[in-house]
Design a protein around this ligand. Sequence first.
Ligand code: CP
Length: 333
Amino acid sequence: MKSQLRGKHLLSTADWSNEEIETLLLTAERLKLDNTLGTYHDHICRAQSIFMLFFEESTRTRNAFECGITQLGGHGNYLTPKSTQVDHGETPKDTIDVLGRMGHGIGIRNTLVDGNKWMQAVAKHSNIPVYNMQCDIWHPTQALADLLTIREKFGRDLRGKKFVISWTSAGNYMRPLSMANNLVELMTRTGMDVTLAHPEKFDLLPVALEAARKNAEMSGSKFEIVHDMDEACKDADIIYAKGWGPIMTVGDDEVAGVKMIEENPGWIVDSRRMALGKPGAIYMHCMPADRDIEVTSEVMDGPQSAIYDEAENRLHTIKALMALTMGNVNGKN
Ligand code: CP
């Protein structure tokens, strides 16, 4: 167990070793069980503040951080560019040089084109841990909650399980690649065989695909890419399906991207596709999901759906993250 994580940033799960991730997941399991038994942990981050800077809206991430820090004895400051001087162009360095003198951690959601660069600039100058609450490349706190959920359903030894991350025909706008990027990076480290399914020209970022190939080799598992959703779902243990834009093909051209999404209808999880998986297969989605577009309500509300467990596990994994990296742990305060 890697217990000395105080001060560590989480910009990407790729920056955390398997041992560090194991520590976080074990801590989350412990905090969750204690929560169930009514044991309080409000000494861990007592009198501490976390800044939560959201460039975009959020239901799960914001409330997992805010409820989590309350349960750990601290306070969450909800910030947006408009409620701060960020909107007037105050730099990442000046912002964190000031906030770092007041609080104990900062989370940032910025899925804009340069979102990752913006948080990297904050991290470079920060004396407090910086958490990626989702950017254009990664969504680490979601992926960690997903892994905790899979372990709860299938046990800690996941070798040989088949994990599918599939694209869906979610239209209206181009969703970021960060969720799928992060899932292929993290799940290939667990020994699960990972299948990525999407139409042609909806590729993920090279940094994620390279990591997935390397991680699969290291863990002795398989990583494959297919362009057929039925083929992907066959014999799956976990079917995780959500949409993203063809950003690698059209860049930030929203009109061209939405047109390409509309040209690929029918990528939806329904009961027929769930039946292609193994008996006991589960359905996952980070939410918000487009009901009856990405997934039928029958599957979303059905017995194979793990979506609300995933959402709850955002709280427990984020609490573990703050406790280990911000908190008054290891006898330090
Ligand atoms: N899954 C997720 O990040 O949800 P929010 O956008 O509501 O935070």
